[in-house]
Design a protein around this ligand. Sequence first.
Ligand code: ZN
Length: 152
Amino acid sequence: MSSLGDLYQEVILDHNKRPRNFHEVPGANRRAEGHNPLCGDRLTVTLDVEDGVIREVGFLGSGCAISKASASMMTDSVKGKSVEEAERIFEAFHAMVTGKQENGFDPEDLGKLAVFEGVREFPVRVKCASLAWHTLRAALESSVAQVTTEID
Ligand code: ZN
């Protein structure tokens, strides 16, 4: 097994066992739910966005190790970033896992997220790895009104 393979396993197992930001953000003003029917992964992403910056981000849900580890690492990656930066990371991540890298993204942008590069060989796993990111994007586009109905 290659060292990247080992790293992939190690990082994913760690995030699956001890997911970061595994909670609902108190007073969240963005929320979305994501579902990957191919695998049964379900995630809810909540965010507190102020002045175009992601102040807080959390997720809850259940699913396979890859979907959970990816969600955990997604929250780590976008916390404290501007919405534009988060969009850029989304694009780079999506390009990486789908193998569509013609836009010339910089792998450096991805940092640790590069451990998910191997999933491109497994189309079902691509859905698992990208679920959290699609849910993040949906949450960023969600309206505050939608969330307030949830809170009350
Ligand atoms: Zn899955």
